[in-house]
Design a protein. Structure first.
Length: 108
């Protein structure tokens, strides 16, 4: 058997289908020659399927302090994005509206 030079289907790089590999393929009963180079095959192996545990995050900039942050949804631009700290401050001040404090005074 002789070494063969094949072209990778993915990256178009020429790679060696060595006599040893050919023998391995023959032993396994594979009829097709490898379609991809070693690198691309390794890449396909490691590209893991979505598990659900890893969520997509999007880069965003805090509208209040201009700090770079990430959000679990795609920023659409119609709502300001806040970092974790500013979000806490903003949501807190939203709760402390005059109406709410008036109610608190009435009950307290
Ligand atoms: Zn390749
Ligand atoms: Zn912020």
């Amino acid at each position: 058997m002789q070494d063969k030079t094949l072209t990778c289907k993915d990256c178009r790089t020429e790679f060696a289908f060595t006599a040893r590999d050919q023998q391995f393929y023959a032993e396994k009963g594979f009829e097709n020659e490898p379609q991809r180079c070693r690198d691309c095959r390794a890449l396909r192996k490691t590209s893991r399927p979505r598990t659900g545990s890893t969520r997509d995050v999007f880069d965003a900039t805090c509208a209040r302090c201009n700090v770079a942050t990430t959000v679990p949804f795609k920023p659409r631009g119609d709502r300001p994005i806040y970092c974790r700290e500013c979000y806490a401050i903003v949501s807190e001040s939203a709760n402390a509206s005059p109406l709410n404090s008036a109610t608190l005074h009435a009950t307290g």
